[in-house]
Design a protein around this ligand. Structure first.
Ligand code: SF4
Ligand code: SF4
Ligand code: SF4
Ligand code: FES
Length: 667
């Protein structure tokens, strides 16, 4: 970008073509007060705090919206400007209820900080303080309209980054408020509860119900770690006070992965489940009783010894790689069993087998593209996936692509109408006929001449000929015109992406994955070794666990005599899994919370929650490696999962090595 040169406060400074005056000031260490501006959002010049004098202009102009250009002469801190800024501040204070001592944000408020800066010991205008509502109907947040300075950061963040467009301004004049869906309270609106608007709000107008009056951020310790829930792998800034987690924020709400989602920001803080603080064993009357750790380990070890290679181990993929690796080592070396899986391991088997069959190498996980590709797409096909529920940041990336690139969204799902207000097409095949629909789609693309990538082989063309429109309609129930429309939209797109999820791998039909990869390949949606296809892996470290081979084998789970289930703080609420657990003769559960799973266990071992865990490695769904950190000390007497594994191993007469020594795939 071209360099430009201007004069600010008498000094020659440089900037880049396209910068605003505020950008140049910041780049050159010149302070200009701001309130409505937030890095990463478009600037709107709402608050006027950043006004500067520009030679040749009749009046002060906001520096956040004024384009810098060669030769400009700018003043940022004249007496007149400072008076003007103080006047604006006074008007903000008189317009609404900014009595700081009653405000949750006091001590951490940008408006209050600005008032200190301008030594605002009085105001010269009458207070108007109109009666404005407090909206507390949202599950996690409160909007107090009396604290709002109408800076619009929340509105822009909700629109530009979360791309949900829930917030906007409503009414006029002094009655103007930030409104959810123009008339609703936040709770009854389209809000995704991402909490980004709350983090972006410079005042106490939007605040968290979970962190309310607990502390001020400046009095907290901050630890950056990895979100342990879904496979997007967001970074969390966790604020703690007195060994309690009080707030979770995005390191940069307008940054790379955006604003966090309701799960990472709020649900990690409060889940309402009761902690397990002591080991337990089932007594002769069949009741779970608290016991010493030694007794619990003894009971678990004696059955593991007896069953040996028939004992099964299943571990949560929300745990760091080091713990998963040690668990595999424990199962193989100490128990003598290779019956090892992770929660959601069936996803790996379907994805890896499909990728392998298509790419003819490894498990093919590294042939998928990165999440950023979604932002560049002009057509998105969602297959058996509901990222709004399972991977909310992926959903916000999709919405951004729809907004910014005018992308088209095609949903292929036998059961769910995903993103109903945003999709262009919902293809709803009869359950179990998804493969026929996908092949029909490929056939239509080939017939329409939309092949832009690898030419289909004669064998493929021959096999596709079975999927003509009449067969596809007869079996899937999808009209030929709908298949053609989808084929045209996807085939003509410049950069299309396919995102698939559990609706695909639950079928255990590897052919579905192969069809999706074929679709991308024929239409040229491939860059080198990477197809524009993403599988929504189920848990934060699924990919890390899978890379170690922890889910490589499809175990026969018909009759499991003994199971060691290390779920830590993951909740198991799937009826099918719960039903299966009931059939197991001897169940050892290592968990953080009481649940239906622990209530059917024979031995319960306590486990730390995400924040108490020692740090470790996580691999996100698109292969980004990050390290989690311990945020708070575990509850008194609670051991780390790895320490329990080592103690249990000793009971079996085996000393475990370092957690990285043996990968799960090794025997
Ligand atoms: S929480 Fe998120 S979706 Fe809801 S209003 Fe705020 S920014 Fe928009
Ligand atoms: S609620 Fe907060 S962020 Fe939104 S306009 Fe008001 S002061 Fe600004
Ligand atoms: S999108 Fe996933 S990784 Fe990001 S905050 Fe939400 S649950 Fe955590
Ligand atoms: S920061 Fe420029 S007008 Fe608000």
């Amino acid at each position: 970008m071209k360099e430009i040169s201007l004069t600010i406060d008498g000094k020659k400074v440089s900037g880049l073509d396209g910068d605003t005056i505020l950008d140049v000031c910041r780049a050159n260490g010149i302070y200009v007060p701001t309130l409505c501006e937030l890095k990463g959002l478009t600037n709107v010049g709402a608050c006027r705090m950043c006004v500067v004098d520009i030679e040749g202009e009749r009046r002060p102009n906001p520096s956040c919206t004024y384009p810098a250009r060669d030769g400009l002469v700018v003043s940022t801190n004249t007496e007149k400007l400072e008076k003007y800024r103080r006047l604006i501040l006074e008007l903000m204070f008189t317009e609404k209820n900014h009595f700081c001592m009653f405000c949750e944000k006091s001590g951490d408020c940008e408006l209050q900080a600005m008032a200190y800066r301008y030594q605002m010991d009085n105001v010269r205008y009458p207070y108007t303080t109109p009666p404005l509502a407090v909206d507390s109907l949202s599950e996690y947040m409160v909007i107090d309209h009396s604290r709002c300075i109408l800076c619009g950061r929340c509105v822009r963040l909700c629109g530009e980054i979360e791309a949900n467009h829930t917030l906007d301004f409503a009414k006029r004049g002094w009655k103007t408020i930030v409104s959810a869906d123009l008339a609703h309270s936040l709770g009854g609106s389209s809000c995704t509860q991402c909490g980004a608007c709350m983090q972006a709000c410079p005042t106490g107008a939007i605040f968290s119900k979970l962190s309310l009056y607990k502390t001020r951020p400046k009095d907290c310790q901050q630890v950056n770690t990895v979100c342990p829930i879904c496979a997007v792998g967001c970074e969390l800034t966790v604020l703690t006070k007195d060994n309690n987690v009080v707030m979770i924020q995005a390191p940069q709400p307008t940054g790379e992965k955006g604003p966090l989602c309701r799960m990472g920001r709020f649900e990690l803080l409060a889940n309402g489940h009761k902690r397990i603080t002591s080991p337990m064993i089932r007594d002769k009357e069949g009741k779970l009783k608290e016991c010493t750790l030694d007794e619990a380990l003894e009971a678990a070890a004696s059955r593991m010894k007896k069953l040996g290679k028939n004992f099964t181990g299943v571990i949560s993929a929300r745990l760091p790689s080091e713990t998963i690796s040690l668990f595999c080592q424990f199962m193989r070396q100490a128990v003598g069993s290779s019956r090892i899986d992770t929660m959601g391991g069936e996803a790996y088997r379907a994805i890896a087998e499909g990728n392998k069959a298509f790419n003819k190498k490894g498990d093919g996980l590294d042939t998928e593209c990165s999440l950023d590709e979604i932002l560049k797409s002009d057509c998105i096909v969602l297959v058996g996936a509901d990222p709004v529920k399972t991977h909310p940041i992926v959903a916000s990336f999709i919405r951004r692509a729809l907004d910014q690139n005018k992308a088209k969204l095609i949903v292929i799902d036998a059961a769910n109408d995903v993103m109903p207000l945003r999709r262009n097409q919902w293809l709803r095949p009869k359950a179990g006929t998804e493969g026929i629909l996908l092949n029909g789609l490929i056939n239509a693309i080939v017939n329409k001449g939309s092949v832009k990538g690898r030419e289909p082989s004669a064998k493929l063309v021959q096999s596709l000929s079975q999927y003509d429109a009449s067969r596809v309609y007869a079996e899937t129930g999808i009209e030929a015109a709908d298949v053609e429309l989808a084929a045209e939209t996807y085939g003509k797109a410049k950069q299309a992406i396919i995102i698939y999820g559990q609706g695909v791998w639950h079928t255990k039909d590897t052919g579905l994955v192969i069809s999706l990869l074929t679709l991308a390949d024929l239409t040229g949606n491939r860059e080198g070794d990477h197809s524009r296809v993403i599988s929504l892996k189920p848990a934060a470290n699924s990919r890390g666990a899978w890379q170690m081979g922890a889910a490589a084998k499809d175990l026969s789970l018909n009759h499991v005599q003994g199971l060691y289930l290390l779920i830590s703080d993951e909740q198991v609420d799937n009826d099918e899994v719960l039903g299966w657990l009931r059939t197991i003769d001897f169940l050892v559960v290592q968990a953080s919370y009481r649940s239906a799973v622990t209530s059917m266990a024979d031995v319960v071992l306590p486990s730390p929650i995400w924040a108490e865990r020692d740090g470790g490695q996580y691999v996100s769904m698109d292969g980004h490696v990050a390290r989690s950190q311990k945020v708070i000390e575990p509850k008194k007497g609670l051991l780390q999962d790895q320490e329990i594994l080592r103690d249990l191993s000793k009971k079996l007469g085996y000393e475990l090595g370092s957690s990285q020594e043996v990968s799960c795939g090794q025997t």
